[in-house]
Design a protein around this ligand. Sequence first.
Ligand SMILES: CC(C)(COP(=O)(O)OP(=O)(O)OC[C@H]1O[C@@H](n2cnc3c(N)ncnc32)[C@H](O)[C@@H]1OP(=O)(O)O)[C@@H](O)C(=O)NCCC(=O)NCCSC(=O)CCCC(=O)O
Ligand SMILES: Cc1cc2nc3c(=O)[nH]c(=O)nc-3n(C[C@H](O)[C@H](O)[C@H](O)COP(=O)(O)OP(=O)(O)OC[C@H]3O[C@@H](n4cnc5c(N)ncnc54)[C@H](O)[C@@H]3O)c2cc1C
Length: 655
Amino acid sequence: MSENPDLTNERASGTFETNAMAAVIYGSEKFAQRRREITEAISKIPEFQDSHPLVFMSREEKISEACRKLAVLSNYWNSLIDTSDEEEALHLYREVLGLEGHPLALHETMFIPSLIAQASDEQQEKWLGRAQRREIIGCYAQTEMGHGTNLRALETTATFDISTREFILNSPTITSLKWWPGALGKSANWSIVIANLIIKEHNYGPHPFMVQLRDEKSHEPLPGITVGDIGPKMAFNGADNGFLGFKNYRIPRENMLMRHSKVTSDGSYIKPPHAKIGYSSMVKVRSRMAMDQGLFLASALVIAVRYSAVRRQGYLEDKSREVKVLDYQTQQHRLFPSIARAYAFIFCGFETIRLYDQLLIDVQNGNTSGMADLHALTSGLKSVVTYQTGEGIEQARMACGGHGYSMASYISEIYGVAIGGCTYEGENMVMLLQLARYLVKSIEMIQNGKSRELGPMVAYLAENESEIDLNLGPNEYLKVFEYAARNQTWRATEKFQKLRNSGMSNEEAWNQASVELTRASRLHTRLYIMSTFINHVGSIVDQKVKGVLIDLLNVHVTYEVMDIGIYVQGLLSSNQMDLIRNQLYVSLETIRPNAVSLVDSFQISDMQLRSVLGRRDGNVYENLFKWAKSSPLNKTDVLPSVTQYLKPMMEKSKL
Ligand SMILES: CC(C)(COP(=O)(O)OP(=O)(O)OC[C@H]1O[C@@H](n2cnc3c(N)ncnc32)[C@H](O)[C@@H]1OP(=O)(O)O)[C@@H](O)C(=O)NCCC(=O)NCCSC(=O)CCCC(=O)O
Ligand SMILES: Cc1cc2nc3c(=O)[nH]c(=O)nc-3n(C[C@H](O)[C@H](O)[C@H](O)COP(=O)(O)OP(=O)(O)OC[C@H]3O[C@@H](n4cnc5c(N)ncnc54)[C@H](O)[C@@H]3O)c2cc1C
């Protein structure tokens, strides 16, 4: 069937090449091209297609479907991608496995990265190759039933037995059961386990251990190990998040990951070069989250924008034909600022991935000085990005009206998966407070006359802004944001200091200032996102692409400043606020002809989107009917439950 003419017209009105935009989104023409080639190659392999729509499957079927595809994938890895390229591998996974989780998800995102960052050279020699060849399947077991955030209260113990030179793992209580780790329940046969290292009754705190969970032949749990699935979740139901308990389970001394901390065979402990170096696997995932979440948001927007261009409802001036709902200003206001955010998040994502890769090299060379900065940055970023992604996806769902609520849109699945990110890898509020510690320290440096020592990301906290000329473009909006973030950071810090000086304990003063502190963290992070977006657009060479991204940037800066209006009242007059508001409305109109091309440029395939509403060809209605007819409930006209319960009930009522 040919493309819906409404979408054809939208594509014709685009003022730039979507391939050129994809090269900007994905960081290089080469990678954008590789993405397309991989997508194309996959589409030609029938075994990669869903055997029937995932949304009609039970959890068992979803997990089995994912395993089936992984087995097929094992025949194609080397021919489809450059296996040393993490981005290519992740694209392949997204295309083939989708977003509902699968047995190798944590293997790739946490298990292998933990081995790379935490295992010594000899340990890597022993396990990394096996992991990379997928001879073993690993996961990352840190969170327990009783504690996920407060890692110092984890209860699992790894006690060193000097006589046998082994660690004995134990889960002393119900709450000490590992709970939540992805792929732990049924798939993984090995795990990185975070347990308290105990030597001669001294607790050295949480450390990573390489632990075999299941027999490599039979896949049966080994004696001393209790393991299983934690049950259905809000989303991610293709994943077997699990529980894990140990009873006097012994592992050799060599299985503690010893690149940084070490235990010698006589039981001496060697400290790592930085106390939090064991947390690096979390920083790795957090540094990827802006990119991953940007793509979740992008997926929901591809669906909502394409659908809004084929959905006609109501009239504007012309009463002879209903309008595309995308022409309503309210619809544009609902969707376009999110398109800008998705672009901004992906740009930030590339930046933080690069920073992590650099940090990894620095740390391997013994330089840990960048750890605090990246921890602060990624803590704030993961919190703001996951929250705003959730908001944006939910708006995208509502923008699709009734059909948005149907699983045919698939938006609810994207939403459920994306908002998991508000919780995993550090609960958002907790992570905002981690960034706040860093901001408060920065203010204290200024107060102590050490402004010159501030890093580039916080230098603005020591500056001053009194007047803004908004006609000068995005950089002036950046100054508005700097004003807001600076003001809020100072106010929150002063509140904290005042409480502390009044005699309150540090902890209590912190708690009582914490809402204000999280607000400072959000503003600081949004400033970073905006500044990254502006810098990125500034560096683009293709003039047509750059022109459209400047339009999108205008949507972004005006929307974001309106959104934080309450924090800039001391800087902007109500006339200036009106001006910004009007600029936003003009920007929405300017971006309108490029809306479909902007979401097309994400180049997310139909296979990956799994959305009837978001189909590239826009043939929504006939496919919606086809999809509904394929619902298992429609296999028969009269359901057995009607015969068994409703008929007798109705018959009885007749008497
Ligand atoms: C909240 C904290 C950071 C607190 O840690 P703590 O050891 O109690 O620290 P504290 O004594 O309060 O001191 C904080 C201090 O430690 C620093 N710090 C904390 N983390 C790092 C880091 N990564 N790099 C560098 N520095 C770090 C902080 O900046 C603080 O420094 P400061 O004292 O202010 O100088 C920690 O417990 C934490 O990270 N909790 C969150 C747990 C988490 O993220 N779990 C993830 C589990 S895996 C997962 O969810 C996978 C999902 C993936 C998927 O499904 O895709
Ligand atoms: C989909 C998913 C996948 C996951 N995958 C893994 C995995 O692979 N491996 C793994 O080990 N774990 C995994 N987890 C667990 C996850 O990392 C934790 O759930 C997360 O870190 C939050 O910890 P918590 O559950 O203890 O939340 P809690 O800390 O109990 O949070 C409850 C509330 O308390 C608040 N709170 C807690 N501490 C503070 C504080 N100091 N100050 C202010 N407020 C506070 C929080 O803000 C929150 O509102 C996963 C979780 C999910 C949802």
